[in-house]
Design a protein around this ligand. Sequence first.
Ligand SMILES: *Cc1c(COP(=O)(O)O)cnc(C)c1O
Length: 470
Amino acid sequence: MHYVSTRGQAPPHTFAEAVMAGLAPDGGLFLPEALPAPGPEWAALRGRPFAQVFQAIATPFLGGEIPAADLEALVQRSFAGFAHPLVTPVVRVGPLHVLELFHGPTLAFKDVALQFLGNLFEWLLARSRSTLTVVGATSGDTGSAAIQALRGKRGMEVFILFPRGRVSRMQQLQMTTVPDANVHALAVEGTFDDAQDIVKGLFNDRAFNARYHLAAVNSINWARVLAQMTYFFHAYFQVLEQRPGMQMGDPIQVSVPTGNFGHIYAGVLARRMGLPIARLILASNANSILPRFVASGEYRPQAVVQTLSPSMDIQVASNFERYLYDLAGRDAALVLEWLGQLRSAGRFQVGPERLRQVQQDFAAQAVDDAATLATIRQVHEEWGYLLDPHSATGVRAALDHARADLPTLCMATAHPAKFGDAVRQAIGQAPPLPAALAGLEGAPQRVQVLPARLQSVQDCLRRTLAGRQS
Ligand SMILES: *Cc1c(COP(=O)(O)O)cnc(C)c1O
């Protein structure tokens, strides 16, 4: 199994090479050169534990690069810390089936993929006897999920930059109370954009990058999409158990709260591998670039607006390029043409036939903050279930697209306690803090405060890494 770039100008990479590189050398995103043929085999996974489903679905994508026993141990280790025996349980909420993806250490769905990626990095580094310095900028959630995934891992130092005073108290505590020596939380005196610019500066400094083997864990890494694909299957089997009349192979629809398009793209791939997803419902918040694209075929970023679902406050969805490559019939030249128009004219437009394809692939809906709050309230009142604002966008879109003949699965991407303020606005009280968060108050913090300058951050990394890198 080899991986090719969506921009068509990178040599084929192995699975390990694609995971370690993150972004392809031509600036594109990696995709498998061909999907494993859809077969009936996956149906035999019904009733199996999460880890077994994960391993079976992921294996064909690894090209034999990880021995089965090692993969099994790696997957077991990745999900042992989840607070639910099913790892990602499906619960019934009124007419809906809700997949709870928030039982990991930071209570958000990014834990599922990042826990796997952390262990995968460790395994690959042990094999190649090399080391990595992971750097990332965060506006809150991704940083804590990355820290939890990489803490204590051999061969890796992790530096997470966040804007000082601009993340929530819980988010800061999740990053600064981790005692492991390989974790470094850096509070930068600036905005999130400043922090992100510094990280880009680190990667662009070739000498620095080569010396310290910088790596990123952002959502374009192929291993994250791969990990997310597996639980679409696991969830389908749970829906089957919950609906007595339903037969294996009967279609469902799936609603996905969408920001960077990684999550829903995993659903696109699961469907191509034969999972009977009749319809994918793409839910956005007021940042509605993707619903507008599905309606018109025009892709045109606007200014980002802040919403109650900050992890979806995105205009240029980085994983979308993977879908564009498929839509172009794997013609990288056409992808480059679209991206060129986006750069020069701020927009591009796909033709009517491709638009028809898009509309077959997705239903889409933008859900603003007022509708998000109303949905949290409605679901709580009618069915006694508490949603976080990200999950609420998906549930709103699902309820509006409900069909009597089609079971609807909604992805719940964060625990409501993580976004207590929004929940309080909706129902008048904040949810109780789960133990994972309650224990953080009063724990000792480790954080370095730095000016928002590339030079200061480079000095900090050099000092910290002196003597640790071989
Ligand atoms: C990241 C995130 C999303 C969006 O997922 P994408 O893969 O970026 O589309 C939705 N909800 C929560 C809570 C998230 O953290």
